[in-house]
Design a binder for this molecule. Structure first.
Ligand SMILES: Cc1cc2nc3c(=O)[nH]c(=O)nc-3n(C[C@H](O)[C@H](O)[C@H](O)COP(=O)(O)O)c2cc1C
Length: 365
């Protein structure tokens, strides 16, 4: 099996990538008071020479309760933005390309440290999981201010010199909470029985981001069917429902869909082996990114609970990439624990590939 296809360049709008491999966004919580440190810059710089595109850990927008964790980086405020400027300058100096992942957590469980944000957590209907309160329902003013804050973060992305921006619309965080009927019980124009109705917040965020960065700057949207609150949820149950979900987002300004699965090889719908990224590309005509257990035997949520993963072959990934199912491949844990994972793959140094264990999360190597 030839890996050449993984190492073909990729160009789209502002992106000029040396290969098809993307570092997946991974929260590291090493930014005290929300400010990325020189160690954070060095962590990304170490990976920059080899990776096509680095997507940063989720970095939160300017809302009082956009985060439940004081060490998750902010994407607003002078000090945090100066920290990010250092990050992108170091990544560029090392020959890499990078997009921040801009994020609002919505209503999530309180952080293990006991820290709480300066305002109550906010979401569509105050629910943290179906049937259980965990915060406040957002007013239309809260929503408008949130949309504007996403727009400001996107403008800063471009001003600081990043190569693209990714909006976090996945995994049961704010934007995904609006998509999900289980926690979006709103009776106004931000709720509704259909997925396109519950997509209004996302469409407004995408429009605000697009208008902040202009036509030529690549806008990536990360989506998932699954939620951290419930792996079995499917927002779109058929290809038609998926088209009705994704096409308005594409029209609003999404350039690339980043389709999060826990295991990339799992088919999205019966009757076809296409995965989520495969369907997103087929239905919208836009480039897509796949992700989920690439190069590893076990998936990432189990890794948080202590399950280790062994290196796994890339044949199935390459088969799908060669078929044109998706354009880019995001790799999380394998690259978190090993900044040289890509060169080891490229050079066939398989005996040097490492297992992934939870201990890797404790340091920023
Ligand atoms: C430590 C860690 C932190 C993560 N944080 C984020 C995040 O901030 N934003 C996001 O969209 N996904 C996050 N993820 C999910 C990854 O981006 C990726 O989708 C997942 O790890 C599956 O890829 P993998 O199997 O290659 O690790 C995180 C994963 C890990 C392991």
């Amino acid at each position: 099996m030839s890996l050449d296809i993984l190492f073909r360049p990729f160009e789209h709008k502002s992106l000029r990538l040396q290969n098809r491999i993307v570092m997946a966004p991974m929260t590291r919580s090493f930014s005290p008071a929300g400010v990325p440190t020189p160690d954070v810059a060095a962590y990304y710089r170490r990976r920059a020479p080899e990776v096509g595109l680095i997507i940063s850990e989720g970095t939160v927008i300017d809302r009082p309760a956009s985060s439940n964790d004081p060490a998750v980086p902010h994407f607003h405020g002078e000090q945090a933005l100066a920290g990010w400027k250092r990050v992108i300058d170091e990544v560029h100096a090392a020959g890499g390309a990078m997009a921040p992942q801009i994020w609002h957590m919505g209503i999530v469980a309180p952080h293990a440290s006991g820290w709480t944000p300066p305002a109550p957590m906010e979401g569509p209907s105050g629910l943290v999981v179906p049937g259980k309160a965990g915060g406040v329902a957002m007013s239309e003013t809260d929503i408008a201010e949130t949309v504007a804050a996403f727009g400001r973060a996107a403008a800063e992305t471009k001003r600081l010199g990043f190569d693209a921006v990714e909006i976090h619309g996945a995994h049961g965080y704010l934007i995904d909470q609006f998509f999900w009927a289980g926690v979006n019980k709103r009776q106004d124009r931000y709720g509704g029985v259909t997925l396109p109705e519950r997509s209004r917040l996302a469409v407004e965020v995408v429009r605000a981001v697009r208008s902040a960065v202009g036509e030529d700057f690549a806008v990536i949207l990360r989506l998932s069917q699954w939620k951290q609150q419930d792996f079995a949820v499917k927002l779109a149950r058929t290809p038609d429902e998926m088209a009705a979900w994704l096409n308005p987002l594409a029209e609003a300004g999404v350039d690339i869909f980043h389709c999060s699965q826990r295991r990339f090889w799992q088919p999205e719908f019966e009757g076809s082996d296409l995965n989520f990224a495969g369907w997103a590309k087929k239905l919208t005509g836009k480039p897509s990114i796949t992700v989920g257990s690439v190069g590893l035997s076990g998936e990432f949520i189990a890794a948080f609970q202590g399950e280790s993963s062994r290196p796994d072959p890339l044949d199935e990934l390459i088969r799908r990439l060669a078929r044109g199912d998706f354009d880019l491949v995001a790799v999380g844990r394998a690259m978190l624990s090993d900044p040289h994972w890509i060169s080891k793959i490229r050079e066939g140094r398989h005996e040097q590939l490492q297992d992934f264990t939870r201990e890797a999360l404790a340091t920023l190597f």
